[in-house]
Ligand binder design. Structure first.
Ligand SMILES: [Zn+2]
Length: 204
């Protein structure tokens, strides 16, 4: 299986035909896709103005999309490296901190679905590196009350039957990202759960 870097080289290769370069860009998302594969693809298509069936596609747009994706990946991998080093140091000092944050890190290691969007059409429109920097800031500063990406106050709880299904949990009602529990206070989590059971009760 080709790695991210060799796929990226194909996207930039003027000797490859444009359809293959687009395909390679899409394959990059199997290695790194912060919103999940479909939502990250939707984001790149919209932001760099190309469609999945575009016949007259300007390869420059694919390269601009790749630049954005690569920068986001560098931001995230640097954070992961830092996180892993911190955990190693703690282990040497005899501190074992295996909590919810570590579980979450294991699940999204490498950057897939760090802020997964269940509905591929609903995701932030800001550049990906910026979104990840905001998430990292939230992860490093501890639990808060609002969405780490858009600062929106509407944290909802996705459950069976919702569009957002892969893992049930808190979702931002404004920008659509799945919010890692570790960045929310227990109060914010309880409120999101409470809203959901109230709306289920009134629908019953
Ligand atoms: Zn949000």
């Amino acid at each position: 299986m080709a790695g991210f870097r060799s796929l990226a080289r194909q996207v930039r290769d003027p000797g490859c035909d444009t359809a293959l370069r687009r395909y390679s860009l899409r394959k990059c998302l199997e290695r790194f896709a912060p919103y999940g594969h479909r939502a990250t693809w939707d984001h790149l298509c919209r932001r760099h103005r190309f469609g999945p069936e575009d016949r007259e596609l300007d390869p420059g747009r694919l390269i601009a999309a790749l630049d954005e994706l690569e920068e986001a990946r560098a931001v995230w991998l640097a954070y992961e490296e830092e996180f892993a080093a911190r955990r190693r140091r703690e282990k040497q000092e005899g501190l074992r901190r295996l909590g919810a944050l570590d579980d979450w890190h294991r699940r999204v290691w490498g950057g897939n679905g760090v802020v997964r969007c269940g509905d591929p059409a609903v995701h932030p429109s800001d550049p990906l590196p910026e979104v990840l920097r905001r998430l990292i800031k939230a992860l490093e500063s501890g639990p808060g009350e609002r969405c780490p990406v858009c600062a929106g106050p509407r944290i909802e709880w996705a459950g069976p039957g919702d569009t957002y299904e892969p893992s049930l949990g808190p979702v931002c009602g404004d920008c659509g990202v799945g919010v890692p529990r570790a960045v929310l206070t227990s109060g914010a989590l309880a409120r999101a759960r409470g809203e959901r059971s109230r709306s289920l009760a009134s629908a019953a």
